[in-house]
Design a protein around this ligand. Structure first.
Ligand code: HEC
Ligand code: HEC
Length: 379
């Protein structure tokens, strides 16, 4: 009996000693990388209401927006909703297809997680605010195909009318554009609530900031090696910077911009043309912020030759859950994306002055490490 107890105690002691050593990893990053990575947080950022949208942050308006987001009434065929392409179970994304739909799109559906933190919207930045971006799919002939005159009729004749009048007043006093803007503001209020959670990367970052080395060494060594490439020789963090892992601007990442023979996606070049002629920017009277904060950007932005075929740098939070990748959804897996950067063909880089990217010639271990780091940005 005593022997058994001794044996058990011995086993227990061994477990206690051995387990932490097995679970923990060595810290592989240099001192300068440990401080460099702090720029990718904190997460979540401080949340401030959007001054351009008077419904922003209003709990009742968020619920109104949620009902609209899930409703097929906002479509011409009464069969499509925002969820058809931005389904919650698919991280509010859907690749290039409409779920259960007939149509294939030319662009990859952007996930709506963390959308409130964007500065420009869409792959080409053709909008400078979330409500303007949210009206586009309703009236687009590629998407929900509901002309604005018809939207007004739908709202008047549906259970949405009560909420509409509650927030905006008499609908009969509003023209078609204003109805569209108002509906989009409610949709925006709902989408602002979609924020990704902290991930193992954030826990690592916080542990490093607090010098809690026991917690920091829970972060897998492979992810640490990947992070080191991301910050170092990969130069990834030059464009994928800050807490969102995006500088919010437009670059060429060597993705072909031909849609089909003879047809190109002009990216930011077209985005600026559309932005400049949009009546719904932050510089317009639809902006609820009397100070028109942020409106300078749309006035300042100018089209240049180098804008041709460049696209918005996507944020990388939750990226493991939003395949396929790139503006055209041409890469299926994160491994494909990393291989794309590793073997990048600089002849393909068509925009002027894009001197950051060069072939990295990563080993298969390094590819796996970078993928493991990217996965640590997702839940
Ligand atoms: C037919 C599929 C489809 C439907 C339906 C759809 N979207 Fe989208 N959504 C997309 C695609 C594709 C993109 C990327 C568009 C681009 O860059 O040109 C996108 C982009 C967005 C963006 C920009 C995200 C960002 O990070 O800049 C927002 C916001 C958005 N959609 C909101 C909505 C709302 C609100 C609805 C419903 C009213 C909706 N979408 C309906 C396919 C769809
Ligand atoms: C010059 C700026 C730049 C650099 C450097 C850069 N990227 Fe990108 N990244 C982009 C742009 C722009 C896109 C979108 C390109 C497109 O769709 O045409 C992108 C797309 C991605 C995507 C796809 C995300 C999605 O949701 O579709 C991933 C993943 C990614 N980059 C990871 C990396 C990694 C890893 C590195 C370093 C090896 C890196 N990037 C370096 C600009 C950059």
């Amino acid at each position: 009996m005593r022997l058994l107890r001794l044996l058990l105690c011995g086993l227990l002691a061994e477990l206690l000693l051995v387990t932490p050593v097995l679970a923990d990893n060595t810290l592989l990053l240099t001192q300068s990388q440990l401080s460099q990575l702090q720029a990718h947080g904190p997460w979540p950022p401080v949340i401030k209401p959007d001054p351009s949208n008077r419904l922003s942050g209003n709990a009742e308006a968020i619920e109104f927006g949620r009902r609209l987001f899930f409703s097929t009434r906002l479509s011409g065929d009464n069969a499509t909703s925002c969820v058809s392409c931005h389904a919650p179970e698919d991280a509010f994304a859907s690749g290039r297809v409409i779920k259960n739909g007939l149509l294939e799109l030319d662009r990859n559906t952007l996930s709506l997680f963390n959308v409130r933190f964007n500065r420009w919207f869409g792959w080409d930045g053709s909008n400078d605010n979330l409500w303007a971006q949210s009206m586009r799919p309703i009236v687009s002939t590629q998407e929900m195909k509901l002309p604005k005159q018809a939207l007004r009729k739908v709202i008047r004749e549906s259970t949405f009318l009560r909420s509409y009048q509650h927030f905006f007043g008499e609908i009969s006093a509003h023209d078609d554009d204003l109805v569209l803007v108002n509906i989009a503001k409610a949709l925006a209020a709902y989408q602002e609530t979609l924020i990704t959670k902290k991930t193992s990367f954030d826990k690592f970052r916080e542990a490093v900031a607090n010098k809690n080395w026991t917690n920091a060494t829970q972060y897998p060594e492979s992810a640490q090696r990947g992070l080191s490439i991301f910050l170092g020789k990969g130069n990834c963090s030059l464009c994928h910077s800050g807490p969102l892992f995006s500088n919010g601007e437009f670059h060429d990442a060597g993705v072909p911009y031909f849609i089909r023979p003879g047809v190109v996606d002009k990216g930011r070049h077209q985005g600026i043309i559309d932005l400049k002629k949009s009546p719904f920017t932050l510089a317009s009277d639809y902006n609820d912020d009397l100070k028109k904060k942020g409106a300078w950007a749309v006035k300042k932005v100018a089209r240049q030759h180098s804008n041709f075929g460049i696209f918005r740098v996507p944020g990388l939070r939750n990226v493991a859950n939003t395949a396929p990748y790139m503006h055209d959804g041409s890469l299926e897996t994160l491994e494909d994306v990393v291989n794309h950067y590793s073997d990048i063909n600089i002849e393909r880089l068509h925009a002027d002055g894009e001197a950051i990217l060069k072939p990295l010639n990563l080993s298969s271990q390094e590819v796996a490490d970078l993928v493991s780091f990217l996965q640590s940005l997702s839940e």
